[in-house]
Design a protein around this ligand. Structure first.
Ligand code: FES
Length: 155
């Protein structure tokens, strides 16, 4: 048995493919508004009042410099916190929302920047805009490394 589609359906499919290609996106992740950063494993994080605690020993994705995860802290930002391991003992945490239109964020270690999943807006590791259309800085949270725990000041 074969499946057939009419011309209109074909154009619709082809048009969608072209649209994704025109965004400059690489791979399927670029066609979505969801970050490609993996979620931190359940049990590796918890909230203590104004602080988010991340147990680095339980987060394999952050072992190496260049690693990144999303952490869905309870009562934290709706899309979670993007935690970046940018250098030896250097970590950064951002609300996972582009300040242009609220899409999620990815980390590009090779470029030393955070960027919107749309590929358009880029931010430095202080959260400041490098390239728009976003105009406002990312919300960044102070972080402190305490042994193998990363303590993130969420409020
Ligand atoms: S939502 Fe990020 S550039 Fe538009």
């Amino acid at each position: 048995m074969t499946t057939t589609i009419n011309r209109r359906e074909f154009m619709k499919l082809t048009g969608a493919t072209v649209l994704c290609a025109c965004t400059g996106a690489v791979g399927f992740g670029g066609c979505t508004a969801i970050s490609s950063a993996p979620l931190a494993p359940e049990g590796s994080y918890h909230r203590e009042e104004d602080w988010g605690i991340l147990s680095l020993a339980e987060v394999e994705e952050l072992e190496a410099v260049g690693g990144v995860v999303r952490v869905p802290f309870a009562d934290g930002p709706a899309a979670g916190v993007l935690v970046v391991h940018s250098g030896e003992d250097a970590y950064h945490a951002f609300a996972n929302r582009c300040t242009h239109n609220g899409k999620e964020l990815d980390y590009r270690h090779e470029k030393g920047r955070v960027q919107c999943v749309s590929g358009k807006s880029h931010f430095d590791l202080q959260g400041d805009v490098i390239k728009g259309p976003a105009e406002g800085a990312l919300r960044s949270y102070p972080v402190q490394l305490e042994g193998d725990r990363l303590v993130i000041q969420l409020a």
